[in-house]
Ligand binder design. Structure first.
Ligand code: CP
Length: 343
């Protein structure tokens, strides 16, 4: 394994192909070890990992906790409703408090775009060694989801070699509320890295035309893109038309909590046009894999029939793969944290 360059994991826009491959390979090793009846590995014994979730979560929060425990780390979990936020403490001072308690890694979910980045800058400039891992900030970034989706699709298309280059020239259809989706943004960075072409499908209000230029200007960290030959992004308003040639489909939830105005004339007309149903899936020329990051709104963005009965529905695989992928991320950050080179 080559060296791991990231002290913090805030975005996938600065990941090289090699970085993605390191995570996938390591996650795969953790997956095989932990499914072979080996309960816990001692790798992070003595490490303190803290989860700071200022927004609700089921999958991300609990799978990070499970990942940390499987690596024998100590784990602190912050609960906003019973914390000193109620007394006016800021999220930044909350983060600094946990660093002063000796946290080696802070896993942060917050509704504000770039808040984990702001915390990392503040901690770095104040001499803290703590690594920051974004577990989802606003509609900006959800790196661990982008990585577990990359792992899940790679494993589907290349189960033996686990080679993400298998995604080259595949068409990945992402349907729904792209505007408010940090998952869509992280998926775009991870999947185009290996030459997948992305079709974003939805109404104008939720998939503005500007998204076709996303890769050219939407790098919030002013970083140089390490990948020069990314796949392309296109926009479609018609699910019926775009589904025909899809190689994989990712459906997304309507993020009502992030909508500050009315984006839809009615949920009924949205469902008619964009809910993925067996009927619409019949148009597809192949038996494509279907993903959804969760939580689901059954029969709004995806039908119950697909969730429960479609053989290539990978939603449960995504959840299961979230644990080894997050183990890999914690392991890699722990090595940076101690000043080790990962070799
Ligand atoms: N996919 C995802 O982020 O789910 P949670 O909100 O349950 O963590």
């Amino acid at each position: 394994m080559n060296s791991w360059p990231h002290k913090h994991i805030l975005t996938l826009s600065n990941f090289s192909k090699e970085d993605f491959k390191i995570v996938i390979d390591l996650a795969h090793k953790f997956k095989s070890v932990t499914s072979a009846d080996i309960k816990n590995l001692p790798s992070l014994k003595g490490f303190l990992i803290t989860s700071l979730f200022f927004e609700p979560s089921t999958r991300t929060k609990n799978s990070f906790e499970l990942a940390a425990k499987k690596l024998s780390a100590d784990f602190l979990s912050f609960h906003p409703s019973s914390s000193s936020l109620a007394k006016g403490e800021t999220y930044l001072d909350t983060a600094r408090t946990y660093c002063s308690m000796g946290s080696n890694i802070l896993i942060i979910r917050h509704s504000l775009n770039n808040s984990p980045f702001e915390i990392s800058k503040n901690l770095d400039s104040n001499g803290f060694k703590t690594s920051i891992l974004s577990a989802g900030d606003g509609f900006n970034s959800h790196p661990s989801q982008g990585l577990l989706d990359l792992y899940t699709l790679t494993k589907f298309f290349s189960p033996i070699n686990l080679d993400p280059n298998i995604l080259f020239n595949k068409t990945i259809l992402i349907i729904g509320d792209i505007l408010h989706s940090r998952v869509a943004r992280s998926n775009i960075w991870s999947l185009t890295a290996f030459g997948a072409n992305i079709v974003l499908c939805g109404p104008k209000t939720l998939v503005p035309e500007e998204f076709s230029n996303f890769l050219n200007y939407d790098n919030p960290y002013d970083l140089v893109d390490p990948i020069k030959d990314r796949g392309k992004i296109s926009i479609s308003r018609s699910l019926e038309k775009s589904i025909k040639n899809a190689d994989a489909i990712i459906t997304l939830r309507l993020q009502k909590e992030r909508m500050k105005e009315d984006f839809l004339t009615s949920i009924k007309s949205y469902c008619n046009d964009y809910c993925l149903t067996s009927q619409k899936l019949d148009i597809c020329e192949k038996e494509v894999p279907i993903l959804h990051p969760g939580p689901l709104n059954r029969d709004v963005e995806i039908s119950s029939q697909i969730v429960d009965r479609y053989p290539n529905c990978l939603i449960n695989d995504q959840v299961a793969n979230g644990v080894p992928v997050r183990m890999a991320l914690l392991y890699l950050l722990s090595k940076v944290n101690l000043g080790f080179k990962v070799i």
